[in-house]
Design a protein around this ligand. Structure first.
Ligand SMILES: Nc1ncnc2c1ncn2[C@@H]1O[C@H](COP(=O)(O)OP(=O)(O)OP(=O)(O)O)[C@@H](O)[C@H]1O
Ligand SMILES: CCCC(=O)O
Length: 362
């Protein structure tokens, strides 16, 4: 199929981003913002499905985009069974796991569900690409120190694979011949050791590694247990504190890095300390992932929203440039990566993978 028309959908916790591509070229892009007050009534992520679909369809109609002209719909992949990297056809087993949030709640769980609903009306395929459960970790990386607490691969895989391909192309080599440490620096932070295209280790963005604008990162375990049993917090409150109210937000009451930087520049010593603390922890994790690659690192790639900040990029670069050249790809290319993932299938460059707990079990 030449130049297929593909709708890509990326549902986030505060937005639904979507774009239409003709072959590799983006011909339309839109972001619908969701305020807290609009989402607060929904008890679960999956219960937002009809609401988000309605807004998306209205927007497509408004912009004269005809669903009947589409060749495929692709959504961001959420919490599923651990999977190999690639493009997956949305099937019943996947939909069932997402509807019941079998592996956890995440806004990206809506990606496959929205794609499926739109695709089935047109009798065209629905896909997901490189979901957040891409798992290429080596066994040695799965150990935590307590047998029942296995380290998991939860990772910004879609953007990390996309920026790695981009930098490999820039330096004129095949992505699968290179070793990268990639730091996705967004609302959450994933730092990976990628050996010849495989993410062999990652700090789980909700559990370990550096603190981020909204997440606590790894915590002193002994003190954490004491806090959990202090009687002051429910389980839900503690989990929210770690994943939504940690990091910058916990110290400074904002998740906005631009605001933190401005405060630091204007002499706010606490803001400067917290900003430098995150930079310190990110650099330390990059060092750890370089050791995973045994120092054989072709490049360190900084990406995600925080990589728009000159100060953050300069400071991390100053600390880690002794390891390998540092490349910066600010923001994320998630919609484009989704469309390219679907395009590889529609143009027969790759075969779509089938989601099945049996086949993909690790
Ligand atoms: N120009 C900028 N300078 C500094 N920080 C920025 C800039 N633009 C965005 N940010 C910061 O980047 C962070 C959000 O990054 P990003 O948009 O990648 O996250 P997200 O998509 O919400 O979450 P995630 O990346 O975890 O999926 C915020 O703290 C935001 O303030
Ligand atoms: C798990 C990777 C995605 C996220 O943390 O939001």
């Amino acid at each position: 199929m030449e130049n297929p028309k593909i709708l890509a959908i990326n549902p986030g916790s505060t937005s639904t981003k979507f774009a239409v591509f003709l072959g590799e070229n983006q011909i339309f892009k839109e972001t619908i913002r969701h305020e807290d007050k609009d989402l607060i009534h929904f008890p679960t992520v999956v219960s937002q499905l009809d609401y988000r679909l309605k807004l998306l369809i209205e927007s497509l109609h408004y912009h004269n985009i005809n669903l009947e002209e589409l060749d495929a719909v692709v959504g961001r992949g959420g919490f599923l069974h651990p999977l190999k990297s690639g493009t997956y056809i949305v099937n019943k087993e996947m939909l069932d796991d997402l509807k019941t949030a079998r592996y956890g709640e995440h806004a990206s769980n809506l990606g496959a569900l929205m794609a499926y609903e739109l695709a089935k009306e047109q009798d065209i395929p629905a896909y997901i690409v490189d979901p957040i459960v891409v798992d290429e970790m080596e066994d040695v990386a799965r150990l935590s120190g307590i047998p029942e607490l296995e380290r998991k691969s939860h990772v910004h895989a879609l953007n990390i694979k996309a920026v790695s391909r981009k930098i490999a192309k820039r330096i004129g080599k095949d992505f699968q011949s290179l070793n990268f440490v990639v730091a996705h620096l967004g609302g959450g932070i994933s730092i990976v050791a990628q050996r010849k295209g495989q993410i062999i280790d990652v700090n789980n963005a909700n559990n370990e590694g550096p603190f981020s604008p909204e997440r606590s990162g790894g915590l002193p375990a002994f003190q954490l247990v004491r806090l959990c049993y202090s009687g002051k917090f429910s389980e839900k409150e503690m989990l929210t504190r770690l994943t939504k109210k940690g990091g910058f937000y916990a110290y400074l009451g904002t998740k906005n890095a631009m605001e933190v930087e401005e405060r630091a520049t204007k002499g706010d010593k606490k803001a400067k300390l917290v900003l430098d603390g995150m930079i310190y922890q990110v650099s330390k994790e990059i060092g750890a992932m370089s050791a995973v690659l045994e120092g054989d690192v072709d490049g360190i790639i900084l990406t995600g929203g925080l990589s728009f900040s000159d100060y953050i990029v300069q400071e991390i670069t100053r600390k880690v440039k002794y390891i390998a050249p540092v490349f910066v790809v600010p923001g994320e290319a998630e919609l484009e990566s989704l469309a390219l993932g679907a395009l590889r299938i529609l143009t027969n460059q790759e075969e779509a993978r089938i989601y099945s707990v049996e086949i993909n079990a690790y």
